[in-house]
Design a binder for this molecule. Structure first.
Ligand code: PDD
Length: 286
């Protein structure tokens, strides 16, 4: 089936959606994005994604081209037109096409390029990996210093995924100054006893929308949350480990750099958090 995609105000068959070779997203990775999960035809934690999009754009000095209500309407239109039951909506806003290549931002600001498309993934919430857990390796974090802005500079995260693939595991965790920052496309956590440990928010990591919800639910479920950096050795000695993202939700991690975490099987707390997250998010899905 040919997908309908959204480009600058138009709904088009995917093959007809074209952008300029001078687009700054293409030439400079000058753009931001969001990924919102769809479960049962509804958007998960949409308000969170809208809020982060606004922040990313503001940090880069770009005007948000739409109100939250307009963004929501576009998301719903695409989900409906493409009959998405489970999957995601990808949204990207770039600084547009200045008609030439120049390092300086166009001044005054020009029209941004706005692209949205859907990806179907039936049974997204029943990913079998939730039962087996995932394995990670660690690699140095050599990304830029504003990882809190959700830019489309994804080359190093892609290289991290490839390093994991080559090592026969599922993902890489980035390490900076001896401590884990985050996964290639997710936030990282360890559990010791009843305590969930994850790096505090700063410019070093993306402020995960799933992270915010999961930590809120953890506190409500009487778990302790400690926001601080942790080492790979600590992760290897932890009772459990897991990651969160809009597309993986809560996913247990059972091995770090070849060493089993806890029993080497998904832990009870991560499983419970996944359950609570999905249950609560389905209630508030729109
Ligand atoms: N990635 N950290 C990084 C580097 C990410 O790319 C992501 C999300 C997260 C988790 O954020 P959230 O919970 O808001 O999805 C953390 C998305 C899913 C992606 O690039 O596909």
């Amino acid at each position: 089936m040919t997908r309908t995609v959204y480009l600058n105000g138009e709904y088009l068959p995917e093959a007809e959606a074209k952008i300029s070779i001078f687009d700054r997203g293409f030439l400079m990775a000058d753009g931001v994005y969001e990924v919102t999960s769809v479960l049962g035809g509804k958007l998960i934690d949409f308000a969170g994604h809208c809020a982060r999009l606004s922040r990313s754009l503001a940090e880069l000095g770009m005007t948000n081209p739409h109100t939250d209500a307009e963004w929501q309407a576009i998301h719903h239109e695409l989900v409906t037109r493409n009959a998405v039951i489970d999957g995601m909506v990808y949204l990207q806003v770039t600084r547009g096409n200045p008609g030439d290549r120049s390092f300086a931002f166009p001044d005054p600001e020009i029209a941004p390029t706005v692209v949205l498309f859907t990806q179907s993934n039936p049974g997204l919430a029943d990913n079998p990996m939730a039962k087996t857990g995932m394995k990670v390796i660690s690699i140095p974090d050599v990304r830029w210093g504003r990882r809190d802005i959700k830019t489309v500079q994804l080359l190093y995260p892609s290289m991290g995924k490839m390093a994991a693939k080559k090592a026969g595991v599922d993902d890489s965790w980035f390490v900076e100054d001896g401590h884990v920052t985050e996964g290639t496309s997710n936030n990282a956590y360890i559990i010791k006893g009843n305590r969930i440990i994850t790096r505090q928010l700063s410019h070093d990591i993306l402020h995960g929308i799933t992270r915010a919800a999961v930590l809120r639910f953890a506190v409500e479920a009487q778990m302790e949350v400690e926001e601080r950096p942790f080492t790979i050795a600590e992760a290897q000695g932890a009772d459990e480990a897991f990651i969160t993202s809009a597309s993986a939700f809560v996913m247990p991690v059972v091995e770090v750099d070849g060493v089993a975490v806890g029993t080497g099987a998904p832990g009870k707390i991560a499983a419970r958090l996944r359950e609570i997250y999905l249950e609560e998010m389905l209630k508030s899905a729109i």
